[in-house]
Design a protein around this ligand. Structure first.
Ligand code: XMP
Length: 514
């Protein structure tokens, strides 16, 4: 049985980050809503209580019956998690005079306490709280303080129960990883046996048992998740896996042939379907972004269905769904909502069962598994790319000519990012989360080329840094790089006479323009 740390989510923005940090310690973990503790799960070795947007005194505050976990597992409460335990067990929590946000120094702490093993004299931690614990419950002892917060960390005496007011999961807590390691490994006894290699071994064995000699269909997009899912399944069931890769005509320059070639080199049984005629015909004259998306989505399902139906004995539909797509997240009203779950649109009468081999992995783990499987770097490190492709990067209606212009400009930009090695030896491509060019085909501006006056379209370049695409910052690309790319695009791409760089963050802008 794979041992795990259970993370109870009280709605904090950093809950997923706690999960990723625990996984980085080569320990499996699961995040569940605060009120869904899996009582019968025998694989739990410790419990972490997350932060929350609420104060313990709020009417709507998320509360649990601590007796379900107290004394049964080692427990670590973080921020609200610490306040809640203290409050529920008889301590006092009060609003601080001002909300404390930012770095603080853990000045005094109990050096002997196992939670602080290996800590430096002055350890920097990250605070973000409006309430503060003013009195600990009877039998609890304070084990660390900062200038402003007396009860910055506590332990219930003779119990494996700790609370910390700060956020060890946040990068700015310099020894946060050490603290989590102390909890997960030393206190909970984690064996640190969760690795890409162990995941592959276990999953391949499970897939073999689950799928037997059944035939499986998988839709490839060129993206990391579906590609890794395919290679994993191929390892488990080989030729019983049939992959379908649809070209809607709005992929990047040469992407369809390049990626198809990569897939074939990986030994995948893959059918490439060029359906671009159908997509261009159905999109003719359509300018509204959501309408474009709907048409592409519908056409995609139609094309995929037609191919899938040819595999008459298929029993399973495999997908590259990953953990963040499935974590039940809490919204502020306390309702459990599911983030979108991209179950393709195959008709029910096909009776296909769903197989999701990556459903427990975070994105960085998917990449590690891909690497361990021997997949080429350029496939594993690929930026995310929207399903509707360049259709949502061309303002206004879509024609083959506009796609050609955008593909050429985008190709210069992306190749440039791959080739430009920054001072620290990392390419700009690897430094940004996502990048691409946008054709502003509803805008024309005057330019001059040689002796000729031009009246053509501008191209916008967009590159962002992000951790999950929920928020994003514009990437601070070097001016020299932007100058070089702009020159090359204007000189080489017919139809473009101006290049702009998008310096908007998300929110309030979005990553895509449409
Ligand atoms: P936005 O533009 O909403 O994008 O900031 C966030 C992330 O989602 C991608 N995106 C899409 N992906 N179909 C997709 O499969 C879509 O219609 C779509 N729209 C945006 C976008 O590229 C970014 O990674």
């Amino acid at each position: 049985m794979q041992e795990k740390i259970l993370i109870l989510d009280f709605g904090s923005q950093t809950t997923q980050l706690i999960g990723r940090r625990v996984r980085e310690l080569d320990t499996f973990c699961e995040i569940v809503p605060y009120n869904k503790f899996p009582k019968d799960d025998k694989s739990i070795i410790g419990v972490i209580l997350s932060g929350s947007p609420y104060s313990v005194y709020d009417k709507e505050a998320f509360k649990i019956d601590l007796s379900e976990i107290r004394g049964k597992y080692p427990i670590l409460g973080i921020c609200y998690g610490a306040q809640f335990m203290s409050y529920a067990l008889g301590g006092k929590v009060e609003p601080a005079n001002t909300r404390e946000y930012g770095r603080a120094n853990l000045k005094t702490f109990d050096h002997e306490n196992p939670l602080f093993k290996g800590f430096d004299e002055n350890s920097q931690v990250w605070m973000s709280h409006g309430d503060t614990i003013t009195e600990l419950p009877a039998g609890f002892k304070v084990i660390a303080s900062t200038d402003k917060v007396k009860n910055a960390a506590y332990q219930a005496e003779n119990e494996k129960l700790w609370g910390v007011q700060f956020h060890p999961e946040v990068f700015h807590s310099t020894q946060g990883t050490q603290l989590l390691k102390n909890f997960v490994v030393d206190i909970c006894g984690g064996k640190q046996d969760w690795s890409a290699a162990s995941f592959i071994d276990t999953t391949v064995a499970e897939l073999k048992a689950q799928l037997g000699n059944d035939r499986v269909i998988l839709g490839l997009s060129g993206g990391v998740d579906s590609s890794v899912a395919a290679v994993l399944l191929n390892k488990a069931i080989g030729k019983n896996l049939t992959c379908i890769f649809v070209d809607h005509g709005m992929l990047r320059k040469n992407e369809f042939t390049d990626v198809l070639h990569d897939y074939e080199c990986l030994g995948l049984n893959v059918i490439g379907v060029d359906a671009s005629e159908k997509f261009f015909a159905d999109l003719a004259g359509v300018t509204e972004p959501e309408k474009k998306r709907k048409i592409i989505g519908r056409d995609f399902v139609e094309v995929f269905d037609a191919e899938a139906r040819k595999i008459t004995d298929a029993r399973w539909l495999a997908q590259g769904t990953i953990y963040p797509d499935r974590i039940e997240s809490l919204n502020i009203t306390g309702k459990v909502i599911k983030s979108h779950h991209n179950v393709g649109g195959l008709p029910e009468e096909m009776h296909l069962q769903l197989c999701e081999p990556l459903k427990w992995l975070f994105k960085d783990e998917v990449r590690r598994v891909g690497k361990q499987l021997g997949m080429p770097e350029h496939l594993i490190k690929r930026h995310p790319f929207p399903g509707p492709g360049l259709a949502v990067r061309i303002l206004g209606d879509i024609t083959r000519e506009k796609v050609r212009i955008l593909q050429d400009a985008d190709d210069i930009f992306i190749r440039g990012l791959r080739e430009w090695v920054d001072t620290d030896g990392v390419t700009l491509y690897d430094k940004v989360w996502q990048a691409g060019a946008i054709l502003l085909s509803t805008v024309r501006s005057v330019g001059v080329m040689g002796d000729e006056r031009t009246y053509e379209n501008p191209v916008a370049l967009r590159a962002v840094t992000s951790v999950d695409a929920m928020t994003a910052d514009w990437a601070h690309l070097p001016y020299e790089f932007l100058g070089k790319v702009s020159n090359e695009i204007i000189n080489k791409v017919r139809g473009v006479n101006r290049v702009c760089y998008d310096i908007s963050s998300k929110p309030p802008a979005t990553i895509e323009w449409e």
